[in-house]
Design a protein around this ligand. Structure first.
Ligand code: PDB
Ligand code: ZN
Length: 453
């Protein structure tokens, strides 16, 4: 607030009343906004704050803390905005010419919650501090099995375990990967998974850990080249990068930027792969930088095929190819190896039910939560609603029994024909899961009948 000759006044009850020739002028600098139109108002607010700060310093020598607090809140809000900016790809910000972020400035009384950036820096520090510690032999062995329980581990610990996977498969020596480059790569991958119910960094870890377990259980180290193992593990790690929680059908129906960019052809999987190579294009994260040109081309080609193969719309196409090859499988045949690598990434991707029920069931709840978010959004936008995602229609047990019967068992059975030892490790647990959900289905059907009767 300014008086008639322009000096800044403190607002107080004891001020003289306004009069015709001596009145006060109030200038609005920052308000508690419900929604901030991007980004002009933020910039204006920042320069008004700067102007006020200089005026107050000029007037009374120093600016009150409140000004610095408001400035840092504007700063952290801009950073937060940048970190979600790229999500516009996925139709999360419908472009009506303006981007509105429904957000509030934290009130000056609360201490602002840790920003995404600060949270990530904390995980990075924990990861780097722990990575020098030796992981016990027992954990290393456990990491090679499908009964590994991801829910027991923090994200920084998962990053350490991913580092163990790359070192224990001798990728570091074989491909001259420097440890700090691997750590930068893993941390960058972690930063590019989104905080959504299912397709988050924990899912990435589960799929990579299952892939790691399958490599050891099937003794693939003695059947495929190390470079093909590197393709499979890195494809698993990157296969859902920057997933928005809305599937390809949504992308296409909502005509999102992604669907536009990839002409409705596996928009998500194309994006996951493009983000992976975007990370690898940074020298400090490029774990492939010491490979020959031919090696790099082979890996890039393999990762593109494996990541694009995770589009479930192509499930039968890929499984049928494998069914033809399996009885006469030839580990020296390039086409046979290519299909096997796709199958291995696919199996790892949808393998939750091969884990102990206490580990698997929460994943189904997470997936349904993400599916319901999508169908809610489809209803809101008047888009076609995907039936198996509709919270008003889906029954968890019957959907899952159908999925296990018609998708999981045929896929896992085919792979077990090639690697019989997988019978006990992944086929048995899936059969138990089928019993579990079938029993649940009968029980809920039984309840429905009684309620109907
Ligand atoms: C699939 C496609 C996209 C995303 F909803 C996730 F009842 C999956 F049908 N996925 N991954 C694991 C699954 C699982 N889908 C289903 N069960 C899984 O265990 C089906 C189930 C959630 C449905 Cl396939
Ligand atoms: Zn996935």
């Amino acid at each position: 607030m300014y008086d008639t000759n322009g000096s800044v006044m403190n607002i107080s009850p004891w001020l003289e009343a306004n009069s015709q020739d001596s009145y006060y002028r109030l200038e609005v600098v920052a308000v508690d906004v419900q929604s901030v139109a991007m980004p002009t108002e933020l910039d204006n607010m920042e320069c008004r704050l700067h102007h006020l700060e200089s005026k107050v310093i000029e007037g009374v020598g120093k600016a009150p803390d409140l000004i610095y607090e408001l400035k840092s809140q504007v700063e952290s809000f801009k950073r937060k905005l940048e970190s979600v900016e790229h999500l516009s790809w996925m139709g999360l910000f419908r472009d009506d010419g303006e981007r509105h972020l429904q957000a509030k400035f934290t009130s000056k009384l609360q201490s602002p919650p840790m920003s995404l950036q600060e949270e990530r820096q904390k995980v990075r520090m924990q990861f780097l501090n722990m990575s020098s510690l030796q992981v016990t032999e027992e954990v290393r062995e456990h990491l090679k099995t499908p009964i590994f329980d991801n829910w027991q581990w923090e994200e920084a610990e998962m990053l350490v375990l991913l580092q163990v996977m790359y070192t224990d498969l001798d990728f570091m020596t074989a491909f001259h990967i420097e440890l700090d480059v691997l750590q930068n790569f893993l941390f960058e991958v972690y930063c590019h998974y989104n905080n959504i119910p299912f397709h988050n960094f924990k899912h990435c870890f589960c799929v990579t850990q299952m892939m790691y377990g399958l490599i050891w259980l099937t003794d693939l180290r003695n059947k495929l080249s190390r470079i093909d193992l590197l393709i499979m593990l890195t494809s698993a790690l990157c296969h859902d990068l920057d997933h928005p929680g809305y599937n390809n059908v949504y992308q296409i129906n909502a005509q999102t930027d992604l669907a536009l960019r990839y002409n409705d052809i596996s928009p998500l999987e194309n994006h996951h792969c493009a983000v992976a190579f975007g990370i690898l294009s940074k020298p400090e994260c490029n774990i492939l930088k010491n490979l020959t040109c031919d090696q790099y081309k082979h890996i890039r080609g393999g990762m593109i095929k494996c990541i694009l193969a995770t589009d479930m719309a192509r499930h039968n196409e890929i499984l049928n190819k494998f069914k033809v090859m399996q009885p006469v499988f030839d580990f020296t045949n390039k086409d046979h190896k290519e299909v096997l690598m796709k199958i291995m990434v696919k199996v790892s991707d949808i393998s939750n039910e091969a884990r102990p029920m206490a580990v698997a069931e929460p994943w189904l709840d997470c997936l349904l939560q993400e599916f319901f978010n999508q169908s809610d959004s489809e209803k809101l936008k008047g888009l076609p609603v995907t039936p198996f995602m509709d919270r008003d229609k889906v029954s968890k047990p019957s959907s899952q029994t159908n999925f296990i019967r018609f998708v999981l068992l045929p896929l896992f059975t085919e792979l077990t024909k090639l690697f019989p030892c997988l019978e006990q490790h992944i086929l048995e647990p899936v059969r138990r899961a089928l019993d579990y959900y079938s029993t649940m289905e009968r029980a809920t059907k039984g309840e429905e009948d009684t309620t109907k009767a």
